[in-house]
Design a protein around this ligand. Structure first.
Ligand SMILES: [Zn+2]
Length: 139
């Protein structure tokens, strides 16, 4: 049994939709980043390989999820988190990899802002350190 506040279980709205890679190496770190550094305690979570990649490639299922989150939970913002050494990208050169992620993150933001012009979209790229993950804001 996992104790969960009744107030949370009765809620119908949350602050954000987080779209991140499914990669298990980042699950705990990304949750902590959203909660503790962005100060967003409630969010819908959509974890898919490559995160922004599916939106940038206009995958219809992926594009449907933000619409659902908006309709069902009235999300106030969308947060996209891509990460270094992502198998969905499979790019070994770090510079080329960063360029590909930044390109897809920005393209995804543009696509989302066309559909949801009043919903802020934040972009992050998670970099792997020796013993930590650093979340860089992408403008
Ligand atoms: Zn990944």
């Amino acid at each position: 049994m996992i104790e969960t506040p009744n107030k949370l279980l009765q809620a119908h709205e949350c602050e954000a939709l987080v779209i991140t890679c499914m990669d298990f190496r980042f699950v705990a770190a990304t949750y902590a980043f959203i909660r503790d550094e962005l100060h967003i305690p409630t969010f819908d979570l959509f974890a898919i390989p490559g995160a922004a990649k599916g939106i940038a490639e206009k995958n219809q299922y992926v594009l449907h999820v933000p619409t659902l989150a908006k309709a069902l939970h009235r999300i106030g913002s969308i947060i996209l988190v891509n990460h270094e050494r992502c198998g969905a990208y499979g790019i070994s050169d770090p510079k080329q990899e960063l360029e590909a992620h930044n390109r897809d993150l920005r393209k995804a933001k543009s696509i989302l802002q066309n559909v949801f012009p009043d919903t802020p979209v934040q972009l992050f790229f998670a970099q792997i350190g020796d013993r930590e993950v650093t979340y860089l804001a992408v403008e």
